[in-house]
Design a binder for this molecule. Structure first.
Ligand SMILES: N[C@@H](CCC(=O)N[C@@H](CS)C(=O)NCC(=O)O)C(=O)O
Length: 197
């Protein structure tokens, strides 16, 4: 019997980041595929776990935790992982990137990809600001990664795991990575570090 249940949609970066961390930390887990498009997040049983009706959700000893980055922080903390540094400022830099990911990156890069890939919208049916803001997010990452091996310093942290999830598939959302060499180098490093195929 696995210790943890992870409810997730395997097309979702928010869900995959949790799966990758569970594997990286060697946490025994059961993946419960919960399709967003098939309204698996809308059932009464699922809403009882997360009234916000969103994946991912982590369930352990009958307690449910939502929000991908909260789950990452929780798993890293209870496993004493160096992916969440102990030194307060270094730890705060990881928080900085996790909050930034949810406010300035995921809402444009993941949302544009969702509209193109899953809702099959044409470019002219997609809100133009998503492209503009997504490119600004990539520029911000490029600036950091041109001077640092990883986002929050010289070693990989939760910040990299959280940000790589949608950055590596950004081209599916129409975001070219050609002009972001540091991001492309970093994607390769993070994929190797976390054995992401
Ligand atoms: N901030 C949340 C976002 C979760 C989220 O947007 N989940 C999507 C899949 S990526 C979902 O479940 N959507 C279903 C819905 O909103 O109906 C997190 O990081 O976990």
């Amino acid at each position: 019997m696995a210790d943890y249940d992870i409810y997730g949609d395997s097309g979702s970066g928010n869900c995959l980041k949790v799966l990758w961390l569970a594997r990286h930390l060697g946490i025994e887990h059961r993946w419960i595929e919960t399709s967003v498009l098939n309204r698996g997040t809308r059932t009464e049983a699922f809403r009882a776990l997360n009234p916000s009706a969103q994946v991912p959700v982590l369930v352990h000893e009958r307690r449910a935790l939502a929000q991908s980055n909260a789950i990452l922080l929780h798993l890293a903390e209870i496993h004493d992982s160096p992916l969440l540094p102990c030194e307060p400022f270094a730890r705060a830099k990881v928080y900085e990137w996790l909050f930034w990911e949810q406010y300035s990156h995921e809402p444009c890069i993941a949302v544009r990809r969702f509209q193109k890939v899953y809702l099959k919208r044409r470019d002219d049916e997609i809100e133009p600001k998503l492209m503009e803001r997504g490119v600004a997010a990539l520029e911000r990452m490029e600036l950091e990664l041109a001077r640092s091996a990883f986002l929050a310093g010289p070693r990989a942290t939760l910040a990299d795991l959280a940000l790589v999830a949608y950055t590596r598939v950004a081209p599916e959302g129409g975001f070219e990575l050609e002009s972001f060499p540091a991001i492309r180098r970093w994607i390769g490093s993070v994929e190797r570090e976390f054995k992401i195929a």
